[in-house]
Design a protein around this ligand. Structure first.
Ligand code: GDG
Length: 466
């Protein structure tokens, strides 16, 4: 078996023993098991001369290969085409798309720069796994440099409907690039269907079966591989701070107070203002809970250089202030809004201590917070997950209270249902949800994907698409 080569926009610091998220956990495990290379941007922005340098670091059998970006690449490739064109469009926000020709040129050139960095390090039997919308042209760039390796792509965000994708400038070129991969992996069955429909309507690719597409002399495998979390690690961290749990139990039973929690990057796709309005509506329709319901919204800063992100931040802050202004009393304020990154070891016990996990993105590839919230509960007195039907996770987590995040009143009523749900029903739902989160964890995800990539002809996961 050859080495595994992972290419992603950002790489995790392999040398640091920090708590890392599900995606990185899955990838690091796979790299360590197989030995290999992880290549990408090192996160810094420097002048042109420095940005041409490659940093190589080796940790055991894994080597990391990173490069900085120039300020032009950062602005046009990363903030520009990736985050002002592809991100909004793939999340159905064509209104926020800000397309400029120089963005796509720089996006293409930066992919070429990464390929140039990686190319001399590749061996013929390496298996290459490329991640996400930043790197759609990567297989095409590597093929140009003569590499015939198996190259797979995994899209972490939704693949939108055919109409939306065809509204992305240069979608024909993006399609050409996608079809240079050997395996295209999506999060959900819905994404796979959207991709098929787009190919049917906008290309002459032959769709042989749900999991096979043929273009000229190439065969491309398609599949869905719902990403998971490191369940054991998350459950361990969440159980660590028993004091928090005891305090919450006391709040629930003695003070009759409970907590509703949300934690997201502050991104317009996550539906934070809609959710805040739903909480306000809940306090209106259930006045008996005024003084008893605490809503904790953790919103970690994200892409603050993009206007759409600063706009959503201002809107959320205004709303949180307005809800508190209207309902707060001398000894209670309904909304606690934190616009900072909270350490992972604090996040997990907070999930565990909250009666409701409110996860209502307007669109999301998967949403790991939904799975983390379930993993953090203990079955003696588990909380309830309210989940958007537009999160990829809703395909798997059907025992959550599934809501339309645009319908403020529906979400408010789901909050009421959640806080009045009998213990036995909460336990039953939690047992079923936890099983699914455990069955499809981060390790399962990487194994399924890599199996399909390495043995393109007998990929078990793709058979589920039928
Ligand atoms: C993309 C796709 C897909 C959040 N706040 C804090 C914090 N978090 C952690 C969560 C979770 C992660 O960040 C967020 O993951 P999501 O899946 O919810 O969302 P994206 O960042 O948009 O990720 C998404 C994912 O890729 C994987 O394929 O699921 O659909 O959009 O782990 O816990 N972590 C810490 N402090 C915070 O304040 N430490």
């Amino acid at each position: 078996m050859g080495r595994l080569v992972v290419i992603s926009n950002r790489t995790a610091n392999l040398g640091k023993n920090t708590q890392i998220g599900g995606l990185a956990v899955g990838i690091v495990d796979a790299l360590k098991a197989q030995g290999g290379l992880w290549a990408g941007w090192d996160g810094s922005v420097v002048d042109a001369e420095e940005a041409a340098k490659t940093k190589i670091q080796t940790h055991g059998n894994v080597t990391s290969l990173t490069t900085p970006l120039t300020s032009e690449e950062h602005e046009k490739y990363y903030l520009g085409f990736a985050n002002k064109v592809l991100w909004p469009a793939f999340h159905y926000r064509l209104d926020l798309m800000d397309y400029r020709m120089e963005f796509v040129d720089c996006y293409s050139a930066t992919n070429a720069k990464f390929a140039e960095m990686i190319s001399p390090h590749l061996r013929d039997d390496d298996v290459i796994w490329v991640h996400d919308y930043h790197l759609i042209p990567m297989a095409a760039e590597l093929r140009k440099r003569g590499h015939k390796n198996r190259i797979g792509f995994f899209l972490h965000i939704p693949f939108p409907s055919a109409d939306i994708f065809s509204a992305v400038p240069r979608h024909e070129w993006l399609r050409y690039c996608l079809l240079q991969f050997d395996l295209i992996g999506f999060q959900t069955i819905n994404d796979v269907h959207n991709f098929h429909r787009y190919l049917k309507e906008h290309s002459d690719a032959a769709i042989i079966s749900p999991e096979l597409v043929r273009v000229n002399d190439r065969t491309i495998h398609i599949g869905h591989f719902p990403i998971g979390i490191d369940v054991k690690q998350f459950a361990k961290v969440s159980a660590r701070t028993d004091d928090t749990i005891e305090l919450e139990r006391m709040r629930r039973t003695v003070l009759k107070r409970f907590q509703v929690i949300s934690a997201d990057r502050l991104d317009y796709s996550k539906g934070l203002p809609h959710r805040m309005k739903a909480f306000r509506k809940f306090l209106e329709i259930c006045p008996e809970y005024q003084g008893h319901a605490d809503y904790l919204q953790i919103a970690s800063p994200s892409r603050e250089d993009v206007t759409a992100y600063s706009d959503i931040k201002a809107e959320l802050e205004q709303l949180a202030g307005a809800v508190n202004g209207r309902f707060a009393d001398f000894n209670w304020a309904p909304v606690q809004y934190i616009n900072r990154n909270i350490p992972r070891e604090k996040l997990a016990p907070l999930f565990r201590a909250s009666l409701v996990g409110l996860v209502t993105p307007l669109r999301d590839g998967m949403n790991l917070v939904a799975k983390e919230y379930i993993a953090a509960q203990d079955n003696k007195d588990p909380g309830i997950l309210i989940l958007s039907k537009f999160a990829g996770a809703a395909e798997e987590l059907s025992e959550a209270l599934i809501v339309n995040p645009y319908d403020i009143s529906e979400v408010a009523h789901a909050l009421k249902t959640a806080v009045t749900m009998p213990l036995e029903e909460r336990q039953l739902r939690h047992r079923k949800l936890l099983k699914r989160v455990i069955d499809h964890d981060a390790q399962w995800w990487q194994r399924e994907y890599l199996h399909a990539l390495q043995h393109g002809d007998q990929h078990s996961a793709n058979e589920r698409v039928a």
